[in-house]
Design a protein around this ligand. Structure first.
Ligand code: C2E
Ligand code: MG
Ligand code: MG
Length: 429
């Protein structure tokens, strides 16, 4: 069943910083099973957390030292039949050769995590790094060596959402993605260089006065073949490929640029955060940098986090939100109602805004259950002193009902669709 074997690469090209194989060479070390080399047992991708922020704060030579230390530590935990490569700025790929079952492979993953987590000396400083690992076992559906690494990468992006120091084994749904998805993935990597991404702004209104009170930044992709793509069409792929962090940093910068241009008394700018951004301190550093570079009152900036992201690890979420909040920004729970959070959960989180999910707003007036739920969400928000916003308003009767229920903030296609920056700016004058 296993199709690949691991062979020793002698004349392979190497990564100049660590001396390890590079991405191409490790793929070449995986050859179709032909009697040479040892059978491929498992593939792991090790991702160092917060590497880019350490690199920025302590300098590139410290960054290189960390990479070399990690490389040595990982290598020392492997056997002669295993191979290791550096495949990205802070990513290593490891293939285990020989008879390896999933228990052995996860044991290796645990040892590798511990090896990275041991304190590291950097001159006079002691630094603590952590990693996440995605792990995949060979499968009959793997057609080319890249397939198993891609499944390991999919497992990695899922485990990162759960916080540092964890590994995860690839799931059946991580198997070779469709051709279309692969094409979009490759094109998305290029989209940054080709400046194909843009940010649109959807106004949020005071339902009573009709005044624009906020704008939500929503990323769009001007795809050369598919035209303008909405966030929901590619955010999932960006998350799976790890591109969502870079995307998030870029959207934040763009959105703040725009918000500054609206003038000091202009609406609040709302920016969405992804789950992986929330699992890493980089977002705090990004936000601090972005606020330092823009003359904007932080209270005019609101970050949106979906309810299900927050519930993943409540303690961790609460402390991460507090660190963001300490920078003076406001925080919103997005898609509220879809994640089954309770009053006690909400009380523990330092949030300012509840955005009631469209699926509940859809049913008000016609569905008694939805009407009751929305009524109680509005009361809950008021009792906690939170601002409550209705998402996805598509009809006038919803506006009327929301106002009688005591909700005075709303967003939706009926009021205004997301629009390019210039169009939004002209709404303000
Ligand atoms: P969200 O934050 O809940 O954003 C609202 C989504 O609902 C947007 O879709 C918006 O276009 C759509 N929408 C607003 N009003 C209506 C309405 O009346 N009817 C209908 N049918 N839809 C409405 P979009 O832009 O495709 O975004 C989808 C999701 O992708 C967002 O949900 C957000 O979670 C995520 N997203 C968007 N931009 C970003 C970004 O820059 N970074 C991250 N991490 N996520 C983003
Ligand atoms: Mg949102
Ligand atoms: Mg939402």
């Amino acid at each position: 069943m296993t199709k690949f074997s691991v062979s020793i690469q002698t004349s392979a090209s190497r990564d100049p910083v660590t001396g390890l194989l590079d991405r191409q060479s490790i793929l070449e070390a995986l050859t179709p099973e032909n009697g040479q080399g040892v059978r491929l047992g498992a593939a792991l991708i090790v991702d160092i957390n917060r590497f880019s922020s350490v690199n920025h704060q302590m300098g590139y030579s410290s960054g290189d030292t960390i990479l070399r230390t990690v490389a040595l530590r990982l290598q020392s935990r492997l056997r002669g039949t295993d191979q290791i490569a550096r495949i990205g700025s802070d990513e290593f790929a490891i293939v285990l050769g020989g008879q390896v079952d999933v228990h052995v492979a996860t044991e290796v993953a645990g040892r590798l995590l511990a090896a990275v987590a041991a304190p590291m000396r950097l001159g006079d400083d002691e630094v603590f790094m952590t990693a996440n690992i995605g792990l995949a076992m060979p499968e009959a559906t793997d057609k080319v060596p890249d397939d198993i690494l891609r499944r390991a990468a999919a497992a990695l992006s899922r485990t990162k959402a759960g916080g540092p120091n964890r590994y995860q084994v690839a799931l059946p749904e991580d198997r070779a993605p469709s051709g279309e998805r692969l094409k979009i993935e490759a094109a998305l990597r290029r989209a940054f260089e080709h400046r194909e991404l843009e940010v649109h702004y959807q106004p949020e209104f005071d339902l009573d006065t009709g005044k624009v009170v906020a704008a939500e930044a929503l990323v769009r992709w001007q795809h050369p073949d598919h035209g303008l793509m909405s966030a929901w069409q590619f955010i999932g792929i960006a998350e799976d490929t790890g591109l969502v962090d870079r995307l998030g940093t870029w959207v934040l910068g763009e959105a703040l640029d725009q918000a500054v241009s609206w003038g000091p008394d202009a609406p609040t700018i709302r920016v969405n955060l992804s789950a992986s951004q929330l699992s890493d301190d980089t977002v705090v550093i990004d936000l601090r940098n972005a606020l330092a570079h823009h003359s904007i009152d932080p209270a005019r900036v609101c970050l949106e986090v979906t309810e299900s992201q927050l519930l993943h690890d409540l303690d961790e979420s609460a402390s991460m939100l507090q660190r963001l909040k300490n920078l003076g920004v406001r925080l919103a729970v997005d898609d509220f109602g879809t994640g089954f959070s309770s009053l006690t959960h909400l009380q523990r989180l330092p949030v300012d805004v509840l955005k009631i999910d469209k699926s509940f707003i859809d049913g008000i007036g016609s569905d008694a259950g939805d009407t009751a739920i929305v009524t109680s969400m509005i009361k809950l928000g008021a009792s906690l002193g939170l601002e409550v916003v209705a998402e996805g308003i598509e009809r006038q009767d919803q506006v009327d009902l929301l106002l009688t229920m005591g909700c005075t903030r709303g967003q939706g296609f009926y009021l205004a669709k997301p629009m390019p920056a210039e169009a939004f700016r002209s709404m303000l004058v």
